[in-house]
Design a protein around this ligand. Structure first.
Ligand code: NDP
Length: 292
């Protein structure tokens, strides 16, 4: 690809797009609130453009809140897409909507890859994200030099929708680990053990997880709760996983329960207002024990 573009310069997209600079003839950015695109262009040397211009690129990235938003943007973009272009959607989205987008783009000679990412804003900043890709192998081979700019690992996990499915399950596993750690640390605190001392042991023992290694020390125990991944997006991801289990009649009592708890925690806040780590405050309200 000679030209690339990035749609959606939010917490993730802002960082992901900057890694494309200098590697292609043209690197265009578009954001609904255009000030952010202008600022990105100034800071990183990208080209701030209209949506109609952005979608003429050979490889088009999007990183937007939900598949519904991506669908709206695709509808507006359809008349302007170049033939043979590949749309790489890094949103954490809905598998069935990826299949529909792929069919829509295929009909006009383009391709759609669902390519959600994991690694938080820090991984986006350092260009080391894990990318789970669903869609055609040929389209992935074409877009790979662009995806590699912000990736530490790229795995082709299956046909359209498979990337979104892996991402939804991954985030639900993370939510389960985080919720379980909140319970475990609270029980220990009730028995007089300091949460940081408990984490020091658990993080060198078999109970460790990303939640105990990173989320609790960096966000919860230190009461920082930095807003980098909002809890409504986490609740959305768990909801996608629950829809997947329902479709195939797979019993998943633990996933279902934690998804529901994350939804309840999310509903305490306006969308976009709280980091996912604030689920711990919701649990603290239930337990009466602060995890600090
Ligand atoms: P943000 O809320 O920070 O950014 C959202 C982006 O989408 C902004 O550019 C926003 O534009 C744009 N947007 C919102 N609504 C619309 C709309 N109706 N039409 C057009 N553009 C719109 O989200 P994140 O960057 O945190 O997340 C993006 C995706 O990545 C989500 O699916 C999330 O689940 C996933 N993700 C997030 C991670 C994280 O750590 N934050 C990690 C891994 C995946 P505007 O500036 O105008 O508001």
């Amino acid at each position: 690809p000679k030209s690339v573009s990035f749609l959606g310069l939010g917490a993730m997209g802002h960082h992901m797009a900057k890694h494309l600079v200098g590697k292609f003839d043209t690197v265009m950015v578009w954001n609904r609130t255009s000030d952010k695109a202008e600022a990105h262009a100034k800071e990183f040397g990208t080209l701030a453009v209209t949506l109609q211009q952005a979608v003429t690129a050979d490889v088009i990235f999007s990183c937007l809140p939900t598949s519904n938003v991506v669908d709206e943007v695709i509808e507006q973009a359809l008349p302007y897409l170049s033939a043979n272009s590949v749309w790489v959607d890094c949103t954490s989205g809905v598998p069935d909507q990826a299949k529909a987008s792929q069919e829509k783009l295929k009909a006009i000679g383009c391709e759609f890859l669902d390519a959600p990412v994991s690694g938080q804003t820090s991984g986006a900043d350092s260009g080391t994200l894990t990318v789970m890709v669903g869609g055609s192998a040929e389209a992935l081979a074409y877009a790979k030099p662009a995806i590699e700019c912000f990736a530490g690992l790229i795995v082709h996990v299956g046909d359209s929708g498979a990337g979104f499915a892996v991402k939804a399950v991954n985030n639900t596993l993370f939510a389960i680990n985080a919720w379980a750690a909140a319970e475990g640390l609270s029980v220990l605190k009730a028995h007089g053990v300091n949460p940081s001392d408990a984490l020091a042991c658990i993080n060198k023992a078999s109970g460790q997880s990303f939640a105990t290694l990173a989320t609790f020390p960096d966000r919860i125990v230190n009461r920082a709760f930095p807003k980098t991944f909002t809890i409504d997006l986490m609740a959305k991801d768990c909801g996608i996983a629950i829809d997947l289990q329902t479709q195939k009649k797979v019993p998943t009592p633990v996933m279902a329960q934690v998804a529901s708890l994350v939804r309840a925690a999310s509903n305490q806040h306006e969308p976009g207002a709280a980091d996912f780590s604030e689920f711990a405050k919701f649990y603290e309200m239930m337990s009466g024990i602060d995890i600090k």
